[in-house]
Design a protein around this ligand. Structure first.
Ligand SMILES: [Zn+2]
Length: 144
């Protein structure tokens, strides 16, 4: 028996695709980030190369960066202390090990969190308050 895919399942799949593969929230193509992990890091592309969705209109903000920095810092310190207390490796081994791991894990985590936030903003039609509609609302409120 074939299972039906509900709209909730579709949204969940899209959220996972955006988080782990950098897929566009509208067309599901892998266009959300500027290049590969090493090339563009966790920077959004300016627009979707497939469906022309303008990513610049969304404002994910600095929240994910702060959250990921604290989380990754805690995880890396715990792992480094565990390694030090268990095996007492020389200092240079810590530097060779933890610096690249921290950079890669931070970029990967940022891509996941920013992909999720972008998709949620797209679904909820959330935009930065710089559009002409927002300016009209502000002007109308000032006139009243
Ligand atoms: Zn797209």
């Amino acid at each position: 028996m074939k299972e039906r895919i509900t709209p909730d399942d579709r949204e969940r799949q899209s959220l996972i695709a955006a988080a782990f593969f950098g897929c566009c929230p509208r067309c599901d193509e892998r266009t959300l980030f500027d290049g590969a992990i090493g090339a563009g890091g966790a920077n959004f592309a300016s627009k979707c190369a497939h469906c022309d969705l303008d990513y610049g209109g969304f404002n994910v903000g600095d929240g994910p960066a702060a959250f990921i920095t604290f989380l990754m810092g805690a995880v890396i310190v715990i792992l480094a202390l565990t390694l030090e207390l268990s095996f007492h490796p020389p200092f240079y081994l810590h530097a060779l090990l933890w610096v690249p791991i921290t950079i890669v894990m931070t970029i990967l985590s940022l891509r996941v969190v920013k992909g999720v936030l972008m998709t949620v903003e797209y679904r909820n039609k959330a935009r930065a308050a710089v559009s002409s509609e927002a300016k009209n609302v502000v002007c109308a409120d000032e006139d009243a």
